[in-house]
Design a protein around this ligand. Structure first.
Ligand code: BG6
Length: 507
């Protein structure tokens, strides 16, 4: 297998566009705990296949699936093959699959079981010898958080001095500040912070990383990226799906823990952060954590929560949250949150960040809208500029990934009529390559030891601190749920939140 991506080859092959000059990771074993779960089927295995297809995996490599389900290597390979055929973004190629499958092994074990752990350790030792993996390990914890302590303790006890070890921890990272701190303390008993890779898969999304490129690779935005020129920011993470059979988790999480605590706050941090001195993990995360620390705790009037009732999405009837399987008939879990947040620093003082996120909304859409102030004195008659709105820089995180700038332009004709038009950059039009899935980038970065796109312990803790105070304030009242119909844009009180400030949500 090619050890590096040749830049000439990359220019000729759209599959390799954008990959030139990346290092190839060291030989290593990737151990996936929770190999029979949804995440492995839908995200991890398709991501590994995409990496193999692009020849980005290390030249000497092994994947070890670990789960409770009985079975051996062949059954695991067959199961994963089907997962790749179903969920991969690329066409299925037998030769690529064969190469990947040859690196795959399976260990059936109960995580609390010593014998299972010994089986895994023996297999790793054997693979080290056979494939010269040098003792390098990536452990992926794709299991429910209750299983973390046992696995982490076992791994810690069995650590050797050979090679490097990295640990990928899936979300949710704790349930509140206290549990997140306890989890950090537990991980630090055996692993150094630099060896811990906490997943927030939004950071693996191309368009999210493009926020950094947009802001810091272009000289024109930074001078106006502040309270003087920006009226407010709107961040939307809207989903049309419901809870997809995950009541067990969602009932105790709700939108605030599921999306606000992680994805939403990370989007806000990337939008509001100062330019880092370089693009290393520490510099980028130092700047993000400063933003998280500066977020002013919103008062109760600045946070709105909602829960969906019955409704229609794309013509199909959808049930109320309380009627979903596994949800309590009087559940008070929120499926929608909107808030007005302030970042208390010189750049952003008095500039509201309106954020909203929810399930069963009208459509799937994640956007960051930077709404600029009105032109100070448009010299036109009022009627000629009726169709003109203030400039907006809209980052489409998903779907229809791209960036668009709303500007005023003259309508062709003999008078002076101005209307808002859009200058659009669409990924699909500008680049030949398809959009990588977040997990491809995140798995590769872990193998490369690059933690830039992972959440550091202090970030997670700041995020929980804010969420805990919001949740504590919620204990005092009981909203009349459900308060929005499926397929709408959330409860009316979310509109009031902006209306009070003379503003409205983007539609
Ligand atoms: C996950 C949440 O972290 O993100 C899910 O647990 C949510 O509830 C998902 O649906 C959204 O991710 P994406 O990539 O589809 O926007």
């Amino acid at each position: 297998m090619a050890a590096t991506t040749d830049p000439v080859q990359a220019q000729q092959n759209p599959l390799l566009e954008g990959l030139a000059l990346r290092r190839t990771p060291d030989p290593c074993a990737l151990v996936i705990f929770g190999a029979s779960g949804d995440l492995t089927h839908k995200k991890l295995m398709p991501a590994l296949y995409a990496l193999m297809l692009r020849r980005l995996l290390p030249p000497r490599f092994a994947i070890i699936g670990v789960a409770r389900t009985e079975g051996g290597d062949d059954a695991f390979r067959e199961d994963m093959k089907q997962a790749v055929q179903k969920h991969a973004r690329d066409e299925f190629r037998q030769d690529v699959w064969d190469e990947l499958a040859a690196s795959m092994h399976y260990v059936a074990t109960d995580f609390a079981d010593e014998t299972g752990e010994t089986k895994l350790a023996d297999l790793l030792t054997r693979l080290d010898a056979e494939r010269e993996l040098g003792g390098n390990r990536v452990y992926y914890l794709a299991v429910p958080p209750v299983a973390f302590p046992t696995i982490v303790d076992e791994l810690g006890k069995r650590r050797t001095s050979a090679g490097w070890t990295r640990l990928i921890v899936e979300k949710p990272f704790g349930h509140d500040l206290e549990s997140a701190r306890a989890l950090n303390a537990m991980l630090w008993k055996h692993f150094d912070e630099k060896e811990i890779f906490r997943i927030d898969h939004y950071l693996g999304k191309e368009t999210v990383q493009n926020m950094l490129a947009l802001r810091f690779a272009n000289g024109i935005f930074e001078p106006i990226w502040n309270r003087q020129f920006i009226d407010h920011v709107q961040i939307t993470v809207a989903e049309s799906i419901g809870i997809e059979g995950r009541a067990g988790y969602y009932e105790s999480a709700g939108a605030i823990r599921d999306i606000f605590q992680n994805h939403l706050l990370q989007l806000l941090a990337l939008t509001a952060m100062e330019p880092p001195i370089d693009f290393t993990a520490e510099s980028v995360r130092n700047e993000k954590v400063k933003v998280l620390k500066s977020i002013h705790t919103p008062g109760p009037r600045s946070v709105v929560r909602g829960q969906y009732g019955r409704g229609f999405i794309e013509g199909l009837e959808v049930s109320a949250y309380r009627d979903e399987q596994g949800v309590a008939p009087d559940s008070m879990t929120e499926t929608y949150v909107a808030a007005k947040l302030y970042v208390d620093n010189w750049r952003w003082a008095d500039t509201p960040f309106y954020v909203r996120m929810g399930k069963r909304l009208a459509r799937r859409e994640t956007t960051i809208a930077i709404q600029f102030k009105r032109a100070p004195h448009p010299p036109f008659e009022e009627t000629s500029a009726e169709g003109l709105h203030p400039n907006v820089l809209l980052v489409h995180v998903q779907p229809d990934e791209g960036v668009s700038l709303a500007i005023g332009a003259k309508v062709p004709g003999f008078g002076m009529t101005i209307r808002t038009v859009h200058m659009d950059f669409l990924y699909g039009g500008a680049f030949r390559t398809g959009m990588p899935e977040a997990y491809e980038r995140l798995v590769l970065d872990t193998m490369l030891g690059d933690g830039t796109l992972f959440t550091r312990a202090d970030e997670v803790e700041e995020q929980w601190l804010l969420v805990d105070t919001i949740i504590a304030a919620w204990q005092r009242d009981r909203p009349a749920f459900p308060n929005y119909a499926g397929g709408t844009w959330g409860p009316p009180s979310a509109d009031d939140l902006l209306r009070r400030d003379g503003r409205s949500w983007r539609r």
